[in-house]
Design a protein around this ligand. Structure first.
Ligand code: KG4
Ligand code: ZN
Length: 340
């Protein structure tokens, strides 16, 4: 079997070829970080245009690295939900065109399900049922996951996603985009107790939700002073940047770890799977490990190279392909999450 998987939900243009027994025959990721850096966040129109320029070269390179030609493909799978509408469309149209011209089946991928499936790919055995936590630039969600495709929402962010908060706080601190890795690096030399930032809902045992906008505001006030918004006159010392980064990161990590553990308690499940770009955060990984050990819970975190967006996690489509769950060629994109 040779399945081409395509990922273009946000700002990475990616493709992979998955072979028998989920072997990854090739994987290519073209990041757009340099295009969005000056805006400190993803600009949807720029992302869609860049996907359009990159999608065919990325697919060509993916096939070349797998040492195959397009006519050797058995099917094409594409992430069509959730994500940015323009970005999703580029991947979907590329996938449909290949399927139409090669007369092969089209398989749909739910991008969030794929982020959790990255944990299964890493372990090589079933990770279901589990509590799934997806922490990325667009999502901070907790699910009960009964199978790779059967997710029940337990909670999520009511405002910013964790990754978005990392990106915005990095911008306030004058750190580069994407903010996650930059904050993590600055935090390594900072004091996580230097600033007392809020941990929304953390003590509320009834809710499995997150809120990071208050935390963002608290960081803003720590930098410019209460009620003020102008950053232009502010020059932060390196130590101040490090301390704010460390204190902010600790607050986010406290919330993510706390709610993940609460979700396990509420569902009675004994396995936690974590995926998405923010799952690459070293401090989060360390704290999850400690909490899982303390609660005797099995923990699977996506390996680093499968945390941020990639097409390898699209291997989730193999099961669907083998079960004959094929999509018609008028398949659409669903930018908002389709609850399946
Ligand atoms: O999963 P992803 O590649 O894209 C979405 O589906 O959103 O996640 C990107 C997000 C960005 O907000 C980025 O700042 C964050 O993941 N991120 C991190 C780290 N690496 C990437 N956040 C915290 N620590 C990191 N090491
Ligand atoms: Zn993602």
């Amino acid at each position: 079997m040779k399945l081409l998987t395509i990922e273009s939900t946000c700002d990475e243009t990616a493709a992979a070829v998955i072979g028998d027994d989920l072997e990854v025959l090739s994987s290519v990721v073209a990041s757009q970080d340099e295009l969005h850096e000056q805006f400190h966040g993803v600009v949807p129109e720029i992302a869609a245009r860049a996907h359009l320029e990159r999608i065919l070269p990325v697919i060509d390179e993916t096939l070349r690295r797998a040492n195959i030609t397009a006519d050797q493909l058995d099917a094409v799978a594409v992430a069509n939900t959730p994500g940015l509408a323009g970005s999703l469309l580029v991947g979907l149209v590329a996938a449909k065109t290949l399927c139409a011209t090669l007369d092969i089946p089209l398989v749909a991928i739910n991008h969030l399900h794929a982020h959790i499936y990255a944990c299964q790919l890493a372990t090589g055995r079933s990770v279901f049922p589990c509590v799934g936590m997806i922490v990325s630039g667009g999502h901070s969600n907790l699910y009960r996951c009964d199978s790779a495709h059967d997710f029940t929402p337990l909670g999520g962010t009511i405002d910013d996603a964790a990754g978005e908060a990392f990106d915005k706080v990095a911008s306030m601190l004058g750190l580069p985009y994407p903010g996650g890795p930059a904050i993590s690096k600055a935090a390594a030399d900072g004091d996580p107790k230097a600033y007392q930032f809020p941990r929304s809902f953390l003590k509320d045992e009834q809710r499995l939700d997150f809120s990071f906008s208050g935390l963002k505001t608290a960081v803003r006030y720590a930098i410019v002073g209460p009620g003020k918004h102008d950053f232009s006159q502010i020059e932060l010392a390196e130590k101040q940047v490090q301390d704010i980064a460390a204190s902010f990161q600790e607050a986010v990590v406290d919330c993510l770890v706390g709610k993940a553990m609460l979700a396990l308690k509420k569902t009675g499940l004994k396995r936690l799977c974590v995926g998405g770009g923010v799952a690459a955060n070293g401090r989060l990984r360390e704290r999850l490990q400690l909490a899982a050990e303390a609660e005797s819970v099995e923990l699977e975190i996506a390996p680093l190279k499968l945390c941020t967006d990639n097409a390898v996690m699209g291997a989730i489509a193999v099961e669907k392909f083998e079960a004959g769950q094929i999509e018609p060629l008028d398949l659409d994109v669903y930018p908002g999450l389709v609850r399946t």
